[in-house]
Design a protein around this ligand. Structure first.
Ligand SMILES: Cc1cc2nc3c(=O)[nH]c(=O)nc-3n(C[C@H](O)[C@H](O)[C@H](O)COP(=O)(O)OP(=O)(O)OC[C@H]3O[C@@H](n4cnc5c(N)ncnc54)[C@H](O)[C@@H]3O)c2cc1C
Length: 564
């Protein structure tokens, strides 16, 4: 049995419970808690990470899947953040090429000058009245600066501007009122939750004293330490630490309250997305992200991913104690946006295969409009008690490596220790030795996935170069396809043994893309429930509960109606 299987996970919980202490306790297994965990593990520290749900199941599962500099944040005067983001984007294209890919992005522009007067005002005050559409001049300035930040990496080409005629020649379905297009490169993240898993596995591999537990929640604090609850068994136990890191994303204030500290750091906003199975819209994007502003000034993206079209997003003040869901009004809004850019393409609710929503862990923002709240991050340290609590406020997906390094540096300072390892040039998980050209790819597949046939591409896309270990495991026993060949029995066994799978939902929502692409049918759920029951020793009642739970979650949170 591998050290990350659910059975050994419960054993790991017992071992953390019995030890009763760690040098650092990180609360929250989203990408930022995980990145901090990896950095601390690389310094040789005794570090424990606890996540109350599945890893990367919070805000980290709800992003627009972009690794981007955030050209728009220039308007807020966030030069530090944009520079760091562009550098991190270039770095991730190099260190995690299995999941982070260059993405050609086109902004359709309807006017020459709009927004240009409002922008410098916002720039000075960091707040806004009514947002409005940006014109060509402002976008040109922004993209020129963006290119400047990118110069050192040279990872992506510079931006280009086209007039109406040439724009329509490139994107014929575009609204004929579009005057210009600006095209530049950012990056897309194909499987965020799997990338988070790779960062986590790298942290665990760095050091035997680094341990990570999912389905374990921080629920309180006593003189002896932080009270943790194993959500699988209900058991509570205490772990003391020299430093506690609160990386609970949008729930940071709520976690602090559980730790006995009242804070008002956070002011998260909800953002939703829909995923459409719409071949005509997919073809209209020509493989690009269409990134623009609606007439109300909000940012919109229409974006091909996994043969589907991702459309987002909204930005609405939200209460993190309530589950975030994509509402019917938000869907109407998305349909308006699609019509705004591609007026000839009809969209229908039947074409939505998945919807998702999450809360951005933004800082408290008083009267600043949601779209203009800083996307930068900071740390807050409470050292009023014997164990300091370091709270993370903010932090995008794009900057997770730099954030993990900076948060870990703060922790090392508190511990009076130095840094012994850096993540700056360290490849991530299956990005190590990942073949990027066609020739390298053919050679790599020939050497490591011989006999895998059509599955080679799927395995390489899902695991990067870790695919060689997965394929070796698959070949060691009898294998049968599951979910119309999307996975197989031996591959599922691999996930169970190596990827912290505790529930059926973990596989359907995060270890595979079955939910995202709309392929989690009732039959697929039953088939996977049966396969997992035999791998995990579930009895009939547990198997039924697992299938019911994911059906309900798909219905309530993701708008997927399934026959029970
Ligand atoms: C709609 C939307 C679009 C976005 N698009 C992008 C994008 O395109 N690019 C980009 O770079 N960023 C994007 N972001 C931002 C990015 O997704 C988040 O900022 C990032 O994922 C935050 O990660 P985190 O680890 O800080 O928080 P989270 O991922 O929320 O992790 C916090 C974790 O803490 C856990 N937790 C909470 N309380 C406890 C407790 N008491 N005990 C144990 N665990 C606990 C939660 O279960 C959760 O998993 C987007 C966000 C949203 C919502």
């Amino acid at each position: 049995m591998s050290e990350h299987s659910p059975h050994s996970m419960r054993a790991a919980v017992r071992s953390v419970r019995d030890a009763g202490r760690a040098t650092v306790l990180v609360i929250g297994g989203g990408i930022n808690g995980i990145a901090t965990f990896r950095d601390l593990a690389l310094q040789g520290l005794d570090v424990v990470l606890v996540e109350r749900g599945d890893f990367a199941g919070g805000a980290s599962s709800a992003s627009s899947h972009m690794i981007h500099g955030g050209v728009r944040y220039l308007e807020n005067g966030e030069f530090r953040l944009v520079k760091e983001s562009v550098q991190e984007r270039n770095r991730l294209l190099r260190l995690a090429p299995h999941f982070v890919k260059p993405l050609e992005t086109t902004i359709p522009i309807y006017s020459t000058f709009s927004g240009i007067l409002a922008a410098p005002l916002r720039f000075l005050t960091h707040r806004s009245g009514k947002p409005q559409e940006r014109g060509a001049a402002l976008i040109k300035i922004g993209l020129t600066l963006y290119d400047t930040f990118s110069r050192d990496g040279g990872s992506v080409p510079r931006h280009r501007f086209l007039g109406r005629k040439k724009s329509r020649a490139e994107l014929p379905a575009l609204d004929e009122n579009v005057k210009y297009t600006a095209t530049y490169f950012d990056a897309s993240m194909h499987d965020p939750e799997r990338l988070a898993l790779d960062v986590l596995l790298d942290g665990l591999a760095a050091n035997d004293r680094a341990r990570a537990l999912n389905y374990v929640e921080a629920v309180g604090r006593t003189e002896d330490g932080v009270t943790l609850r194993d959500r699988e068994t209900g058991e509570e136990f205490t772990v003391s630490a020299d430093v506690v890191v609160n990386a609970s994303g949008p729930w940071t204030d709520l976690t602090n309250a559980q730790l006995g500290q009242q804070t008002r750091f956070m002011g998260g906003t909800k953002g939703s997305h829909i995923v459409l199975d719409h071949p005509e819209l997919l073809a209209a994007t020509k493989g690009r992200e269409i990134f623009f502003e609606h007439s109300d000034g909000r940012i919109v993206l229409i974006y091909p991913l996994k043969d589907r079209v991702l459309v987002g997003t909204t930005d609405i003040d939200a209460d993190p104690s309530e589950p975030a869901v994509c509402t019917e009004e938000e869907i109407d809004y998305f349909f308006d946006l699609i019509h705004h850019v591609f007026p000839q393409i009809a969209v229908d609710r039947d074409q939505i295969v998945y919807r998702f929503s999450g809360i951005r862990p933004l800082p408290r923002h008083e009267d600043t409009a949601p779209g203009f709240v800083s996307r930068d991050y900071r740390v807050e340290i409470d050292d009023s008690r014997s164990t300091p609590v370091v709270s993370l406020v903010g932090g995008k997906w794009t900057t997770f490596r730099a954030l993990g390094e900076s948060l870990s540096t703060k922790v090392l300072e508190l511990l009076g220790r130095g840094r012994s390892a850096s993540t700056t040039d360290r490849p991530i998980g299956g990005g190590r030795g990942f073949p990027t050209s066609d020739a390298e790819r053919r050679e790599w597949i020939g050497a490591h996935l011989a006999g895998a046939g059509d599955r080679a591409d799927v395995l390489l896309a899902r695991y990067g170069t870790r695919a060689s270990e997965v394929w070796a495991h698959i070949q060691k026993g009898e294998d049968a396809p599951l979910a119309d060949g999307a996975v197989s029995t031996r591959e599922l066994a691999w996930m169970v043994e190596n990827e912290f799978v505790v529930h059926l939902r973990d596989v359907i929502l995060r270890r595979t893309s079955l939910a995202f692409t709309g392929d989690a049918s009732s039959e697929v759920i039953d088939e996977l429930a049966d396969a997992l029951a035999s791998l995990l020793g579930w009895d009939a009642t547990r198997r039924h509960e697992e299938a019911t739970q994911i059906r309900q979650e798909l219905g309530d949170r993701h708008g997927v109606a399934l026959a029970s």
